[in-house]
Design a binder for this molecule. Structure first.
Ligand code: GDP
Length: 605
C-alpha cells in the first residue's frame, strides 16, 4: 500500500508546510505568530484563516494579501495551499512534532532580537534544528528599536531599510553583521535574504518588527518561496497516514483528548488508532474528529465542528476512550484491518523505545518525569547544560514505583534521591512513600522553577553535610612556631605561628612529625591582629590556642616537642574523603598539593 501511495504523489498536489517558531525568550516569537495569524483578518480583506487545534492555517490568499508589497511575489506561481503555523512557539512543541525519528516541522522561523544577537536559547534552538535537519529562516526582529528608525510597514522591507537615515542604517548594518558572525561561530552560513548568494548554502535572514509589522510580508513570502522550491518533494501530498500527537488534554464533556497534527493522509470516525502510552501502546477507536468553530460563529452552541473524515495537513482534536495515558510527541498509526493492530502496536512501542534509548543516563543522578516527550527532552537538555546528572527518566505521573527507583540513590548519593516532576501529577500514595523514605519530589510547570528548587535543596543539603563533616574534614597546614611569641607551653598551648603552607582552621588537629608524629591537640582559637578568625592561610602570622585531645595527657612545648619543630595537620583517609566530598571548593590548588604531600608522610593509601 505504501508503494501505491508513494506513486500517487505529485508536484501538482502539495500540502501546506508545517511552520514552527523558535528562539530565545522575549525575542518576539509570540508577537510574530500573532501578526502572522491575524493577517488582515480584522478588515476582512482576505479571510479564510482558520484556527485549528494547536495550529492555524493561513491560506495562500491571505498570504498574498499580506505580501502584496513584496517585490516579485505577486508574479510568483504559488503551489503551496498555505502555511500551517504551530500555535505554541518554543522548543517543546518543536520536539513534540516528531514522527519516526525525524521532525514533521517542515520549516522553522528562528527569531533573533537584533538588539541582543544570539542568546542561550537561540543556541539551543540551533542545536535542535541541526539535529532534525530542519531548515529555517531567521527573523531578525525588533528593528524598530534601532535608534532613529522610521517604520514603514506598507512597503517591501528592502525599501524600508533603504529609506532609513544614515545613523539608523549604520547601526542596522553593524548589528546585522554581528549576528552573521555569531551564526558563523555556530558553523552556520546566514545572509540577509536580499544578499543571499545561494539558498542551498546560506539560510536567509529577514529584518522584521512584530510591533510595526515591517518585514512580515517578506517573511511569509520567503517561507512560501523556500518551501516550494527547496521542499517540493517533502511537501507532495501522500495518502500514507502521517500524524503526530502534539498534546494530551482533558476537556470537560469530552474526557481526555489528543491534539494531533495530521500531515498526510486522512483520519475517519471509527478508525482503530494505535499510539504510545505511558503503560505501553494504546489501541482505541476514534469517537470524534474535531476542529474549533470559526471566530465569527462564536454564538453557536458547540465549541467544535465534527468531521466524518479529515485530511492533512491540519490540526485536529481526537476524542476517544483510554487516552488518559497517551504520550505526546510521537506519531499515531491506524490499523485498516484487524490483523494490522499487532504490527502497529510493535511499531509504536519501537518508536518510543528508540526515542528514549537515545537519552544517555548517568549512574548517579536525579530522576526526571515529564508529561510529554518534548518537555522531557527540553528539561534534560536544560539539566545537561546546568551539569545536573540524571539517572532515570519516565513520561507520566509520579507513582510509587518511581519513588522506589529514585530511592536507590539514597544509598549512593542522597542529594540525587530526588524526582524532578515537570508538569505531571504526583499520586498521593507516591508522595507518602517519598516522605517516608526521604525521597524529595519537586514539582513545577516551568523548567526554571524546577531547577531553582533543586539547586536550593542541593545547597541546603550541602550546608547540612558541611556542618556534619566540619569536624572530620581537616584542612592541611604546616605551622612554624615564632619563638618570641610563646605565651603558654601547656594546657592550653598558646603560641604565635607563621603559616608556612596550607590553611589552619579552628578544629585542626596538629602533630609533630619530627617527634614520631606526636599529637599535641586541636586548634581552638585563632587570632590575627588581635581579632578572632576562623582560619589563617599561607603567609599569615597568627596566634593559636591548642587544647589537648580529651582523654589524652596534655603535651608540653619544650618537653614533648621543641619550638624549632614544625607542626602539621593530622590527616586521615576519612578526613581526606570528607574534604574531597564537601569542601572541595574551599581548598586551593596549593592546599591540595600539600594534602598529597602530607598523605605520603602519613603513609595513607
Ligand atoms: P517571546 O517570549 O519570544 O514569545 O516574546 P513576545 O512575543 O512575548 O515579546 C516579548 C516582548 O517584546 C513583548 O513585550 C513584545 O511586545 C515585545 N516585542 C515583540 N516584538 C517586538 C518588536 O518587533 N519590536 C518591539 N519594539 N517590541 C517587540
Amino acid at each position: 500500500r505504501r508503494v501505491e501511495n508513494e506513486k500517487k504523489r505529485t508536484v501538482d498536489n502539495l500540502r501546506s508546510p508545517v511552520v514552527c517558531v523558535l528562539g530565545h525568550v522575549d525575542t518576539g516569537k509570540t508577537k510574530i505568530l500573532d501578526k502572522l495569524r491575524r493577517t488582515h483578518v480584522q478588515d476582512g480583506e482576505a479571510g479564510g484563516i482558520t484556527q485549528q487545534i494547536g495550529a492555524t492555517n493561513v491560506p495562500i490568499d491571505a498570504i498574498k494579501e499580506a505580501a502584496k508589497f513584496v517585490k516579485g511575489f505577486t508574479e510568483l506561481a504559488v503551489r503551496v495551499p498555505g502555511l500551517l503555523l504551530i500555535d505554541t512557539p518554543g522548543h517543546e512543541s518543536f520536539s513534540n512534532l516528531r514522527s519516526r525519528g525525524s521532525s514533521v516541522c517542515d520549516i522553522a522561523i528562528l527569531v533573533v532580537d537584533i538588539m541582543h544577537g544570539l542568546e542561550p536559547q537561540t543556541l539551543e534552538s540551533i542545536k535542535l534544528l541541526k539535529a532534525k535537519n530542519t531548515p529555517f529562516i531567521v527573523a531578525l526582529n525588533k528593528i524598530d528599536r534601532i535608534y532613529d528608525w522610521q517604520p514603514n510597514a506598507k512597503r517591501d522591507v528592502r525599501d524600508d531599510v533603504k529609506g532609513q537615515s544614515k545613523l539608523a542604517m549604520n547601526e542596522y548594518t553593524k548589528r546585522t553583521n554581528d549576528v552573521i558572525v555569531q551564526f558563523a561561530e555556530q558553523g552556520l552560513n546566514v545572509a540577509l535574504f536580499y544578499k543571499n548568494p545561494d539558498p542551498n548554502e546560506y539560510m536567509s535572514m529577514v529584518p522584521t518588527s512584530a510591533a510595526t509589522g515591517e518585514g512580515m510580508g517578506n517573511l511569509m513570502a520567503l517561507i512560501v518561496e523556500y518551501s516550494q522550491s527547496m521542499l517540493t518533494k517533502r511537501l507532495m501530498y501522500s495518502n500514507e497516514l502521517q500524524a503526530t500527537v502534539l498534546e494530551v488534554k482533558a476537556i470537560p464533556g469530552l474526557g481526555t483528548t489528543i491534539d494531533v497534527i495530521l500531515i498526510n493522509g486522512a483520519l475517519r470516525e471509527g478508525d482503530t488508532l494505535i499510539l504510545a502510552g505511558t503503560e505501553g501502546p494504546i489501541v482505541t477507536q476514534i469517537r470524534s474528529l474535531l476542529t474549533p468553530q470559526p471566530m465569527k460563529e462564536l454564538r453557536v452552541k458547540n465549541t467544535y465542528i465534527e468531521y466524518k473524515e479529515i485530511k492533512g495537513s491540519i490540526g485536529v482534536k481526537i476524542a476517544a476512550k483510554d487516552l488518559e495515558k497517551a504520550i505526546a510527541g510521537l506519531n499515531v498509526s491506524v490499523a485498516c484491518q484487524p490483523d494490522e493492530v499487532e504490527f502497529c502496536r510493535s511499531e509504536v512501542a519501537h518508536e518510543l523505545k528508540s526515542a528514549l534509548s537515545s537519552i544517555r543516563l548517568q549512574e548517579r543522578g536525579v530522576f526526571v518525569q515529564a508529561s510529554t516527550l518534548g518537555s522531557l527532552e527540553a528539561l534534560l537538555e536544560f539539566l545537561r547544560t546546568s551539569s545536573i546528572p540524571y539517572s532515570g527518566i519516565r513520561i507520566g505521573p509520579v507513582v510509587k514505583r518511581d519513588v522506589m527507583k529514585a530511592s536507590v540513590m539514597l544509598e549512593h548519593d542522597s542529594q540525587y534521591a530526588v524526582i524532578l516532576a515537570f508538569d505531571v501529577k504526583i499520586e498521593r500514595d507516591a508522595q507518602e512513600l517519598a516522605d517516608h523514605l526521604g525521597v524529595k519530589i519537586f514539582h513545577a510547570d516551568i523548567i526554571y522553577h524546577l531547577f531553582d528548587q533543586f539547586m536550593a535543596y542541593r545547597d541546603e543539603l550541602k550546608a547540612k553535610k558541611r556542618e556534619e563533616f566540619k569536624h572530620i574534614a581537616v584542612f592541611p597546614c604546616k605551622l612554624k612556631i615564632l619563638p618570641q611569641f610563646i605565651f603558654n607551653t601547656r594546657d592550653p598551648i598558646l603560641v604565635g605561628v607563621s603559616v608556612e603552607a596550607g590553611t589552619v582552621c579552628i578544629g585542626t588537629p596538629l602533630c609533630v612529625p619530627s617527634k614520631g608524629f606526636v599529637e599535641i591537640g586541636k586548634v581552638t582559637s585563632i587570632e590575627l591582629n588581635q581579632k578572632q578568625v576562623e582560619k589563617a592561610t599561607k603567609g599569615q602570622e597568627v596566634s593559636v590556642k591548642i587544647e589537648p585531645i580529651p582523654g589524652d595527657s596534655p603535651k608540653m612545648l619544650g618537653r614533648h616537642f621543641e619550638e624549632t619543630d614544625l607542626m602539621i595537620s593530622k590527616i586521615s583517609r576519612e578526613s581526606i574523603d570528607a574534604c574531597k566530598e564537601y569542601f572541595r571548593n574551599e581548598l586551593q590548588k596549593a592546599d591540595w598539593q600539600l594534602m598529597v604531600e602530607l598523605k605520603k608522610l602519613f603513609q595513607i593509601m
